[in-house]
Design a protein around this ligand. Sequence first.
Ligand SMILES: C[S@@+](CC[C@H](N)C(=O)[O-])C[C@H]1O[C@@H](n2cnc3c(N)ncnc32)[C@H](O)[C@@H]1O
Ligand code: SF4
Length: 412
Amino acid sequence: MRRLPGVRFRTPDPPPDAASVLRHFRDRPGLYVHIPFCRSLCPFCPYNKVRYHGGLAADYGTALQRELDAYLVAGAEPFTSLYVGGGTPTLCPELVERIARRVTVTGERAIEVLPSHLNDPMASRLLAAGFDAVSLGVQSFDPEVLRHLRRPTTATQNREAVARAVGRFRCVDVDLLFDTAFDRPEVLLTDLATCFAMGADQVSTYPLMRFGYTPFGKRPHQPRREHRLLREATDLAAAHGYERRSVWTFNRVGGPTYSSITRAAYLGVGAGAASSAGTWFLVDHFGLAPYLAAVDAGRLPIARLAQLSPSAAGAYRLFWQLYTGAVPTGFVARGPGGERLLTAALHLGRAAGWLASTPDGLHLTAGGYDRYHDVERAVTYRLIEPLWAELMAEHGSGDASSPEPAATQYGS
Ligand SMILES: C[S@@+](CC[C@H](N)C(=O)[O-])C[C@H]1O[C@@H](n2cnc3c(N)ncnc32)[C@H](O)[C@@H]1O
Ligand code: SF4
């Protein structure tokens, strides 16, 4: 598969220092923190993670705080939001608490939670640490789908977690996965109705992406079937008082949005975290061994840096803006870069019927959402998958989807 034009990653040697990274932000960034540990590794999951080991997690916590400190000393605060993802962040609750208490954040504080971890004490702990938004990795309430995905949680645990979270956190997102290559993707609609009935603030409906390095391997997508399902989901949402607020998310009308890192400016810390800083796009080492070694040597653990051309930076900004389904008036002029390209793209989108005017700007039509979905798939397979595959190799395992701790001192 061809890579995307205009985006070329290099290995920065030496890596930039924190002040240089921060200088590239035009706006205050959100903070993303990556906790790459899981008890068991799901065969479909492409994210950077290793099996949990207490000794390794302790060393990782120390290194992560050092990386974060480098940015704090250089003046990164206040952050506009905090987002803790993984992996399974709740495997390291003390580390998560330390970080949440350490940073100054003006907006949302969100965390990904494996449903079986959200018992009452964990919910209270997260609330006490200031988290006001949770994303629950439910994937489905259907036992057969959960078996297909080989999830470590049961349908009952999934229901209990949603029931426990709704009303306690300001914003509760439920992640659902659907696989059109599996027999019954229509389960998505049943699952969606369950989330609506339970009062989730947001439901994210992700089509399963197949990264070649995972045990699920590659399989062709059925774009039309995916589009049809998401259009049916949009109708179902409307019937329950929900609206489509992004290509894959449905929100209670008038309710909050769980925004995760779908924003143009964010600073990422932790193994595999990315940072989007204006014309710079940076990715940290995926392998825990190189990550720890870099921090130990007093360097930022940056593995790749892409310097975007003004047009590529503009296209990137438009991509994330369109993710929200709307482009406000004055968006193009806010920069950086690519003004002519962006104006032409918006004009073309309107002419093709993918964008329609509103009093505040433009919004994606149903056909526009379909096209955005196609673009998102292309970005995933042409840009993200090759980059992640390359960086996953740092784990030094034959099977990059189930990397064991690289440092032998931790044993098994
Ligand atoms: C980092 S993951 C998981 C958070 C948490 N560890 C869990 O499993 O509950 C965040 C979300 O990504 C989605 N996801 C994981 N693998 C995916 C794939 N191959 N394609 C599309 N979405 C995926 C899932 O819906 C998942 O809840
Ligand atoms: S989907 Fe599975 S493997 Fe991936 S981060 Fe969540 S628990 Fe870990």
